[in-house]
Design a binder for this molecule. Structure first.
Ligand code: UDP
Ligand code: MG
Length: 341
């Protein structure tokens, strides 16, 4: 495999403060790699600041800068998906805009691909500049994921990786309304490798990942990759059922043999609450899976585009590919006001 055209996919949500510096550094990296061309594919994920304008200004100066403006904020995973759909390179690199993923690692990623790998994950060796809260939630996230979903995620990798065109085509086919790409990339197989780099602090702006978005990502990771929660509640209810049978036996023995009658309606109430809670929890878990079937059944587009820069609308790609279909169905040529909601 030879990486002639390299697509760098960068989702941006309110990154006006970091995009110019990101562009400066990625341009330097592109310049240092002889004999390869680049496209910088920015996905403006419905930013409410002037990220869109900053990106359009860059696009008007540098034809390698391509911009997909999503009509509203759809979240990091879907913004990434939009970028992957539109990438034309032999090699695709996905990374964050805030420089926590240093562009200078890209040559190592490309090198590892050319050594015969199909997917190369970049793993952060140390996490500098993150608050203790971010470190704690990240740790909990990976612990939770390891326990509940069958996938062995690559810790501290986030979505910084490079992969080849066949991997791109495969991953595009694995779409759900609850994309969890770091799980998908591990699951698809191919020849994978991990390289390490030293972490950097966010360059500017602030994190677009609220605690809420983080919790939702963890739920997507678990529900999207395993039925373990359903299995856990099944075993739990069996165990509780056995316990209540034992309890019944003991009470009957006390009443008829020992002659003690416990006038404990409190315990009954307590147990009733406990079991009602368990039943409701179980319904909620099963309901979450059913909800997914419902959403998938609706077949809504993952994202819709309101403007494109430096991207041919009759973009290359086979007829009927997700990219073609999505563009045909959902591109409206209205630029301008982006609804935040
Ligand atoms: N991002 C996005 N949509 C969102 C939230 C974040 O496209 O709704 C982008 C963001 O601009 C950045 C990347 O996803 O390029 C990672 O987000 P962030 O740095 O805020 O997350 P953190 O590093 O704090 O986990
Ligand atoms: Mg970040």
């Amino acid at each position: 495999m030879e990486a002639k055209l390299i697509s760098v996919v960068v989702p941006c949500y309110n990154e006006a403060a970091t995009v110019p510096e990101f562009y400066r550094r990625i341009k330097a990296v592109a310049g240092s790699l002889q004999g390869r061309s680049f496209e910088f594919l920015f996905v403006n994920d419905g930013s409410s600041d002037h990220t869109g304008r900053v990106l359009n200004d860059l696009a008007s100066l540098d034809p390698r800068v391509r911009v997909i403006h999503l009509a509203r904020n759809r979240g990091h995973q879907i913004a990434l998906t939009a970028g992957i759909d539109h990438a034309a390179g032999d090699v695709i690199v996905t990374m964050d805009a805030d420089l926590q993923h240093p562009p200078e690692v890209i040559p190592d990623l490309i090198h590892a691909l050319e050594q015969g790998h199909d997917i190369v994950h970049a793993q952060r060796r140390i996490r500098t500049g993150d608050s203790w809260f971010k470190l704690l939630t990240a740790k909990l996230f990976y612990l939770f994921m390891r326990f509940f979903s069958g996938v062995k995620l690559i810790e501290n990798c986030g979505d910084f990786r490079a992969f080849t065109k066949p991997v791109q085509q495969t991953v595009i086919a694995f779409r759900t309304p609850h994309q969890f790409l770091r799980g998908t990339f591990v699951q698809v197989g191919f020849r994978q490798a991990v390289i390490q780099y030293d972490g950097e602090a966010r360059f500017g702006g602030e994190t677009g990942y609220s605690l809420w978005k983080m919790v939702n990502l963890a739920i997507d990771g678990v529900l999207g990759f395993s039925a373990t929660p359903i299995r856990i509640i099944t075993w739990l209810s069996l165990a509780l059922w056995a316990m209540s049978l034992i309890h019944l036996g003991v009470s009957l023995y006390d009443h008829f043999v020992s002659g003690i009658t416990v006038p404990g309606w409190t315990s009954i109430i307590t147990l009733m609450f406990f079991f009602t809670g368990l039943v409701l929890f179980s319904i909620a878990v099963i309901g979450s899976y059913v909800g997914r079937i419902f959403q998938q059944g609706q077949n809504n587009p993952l994202y819709w585009v309101c403007d494109l820069r430096n991207l041919p609308e009759d973009a290359p790609g086979k007829e009927g590919s997700p990219r073609e279909v999505l563009l045909a169905q959902h591109v409206t040529k209205t630029s301008g006001a982006i609804d935040e909601g």
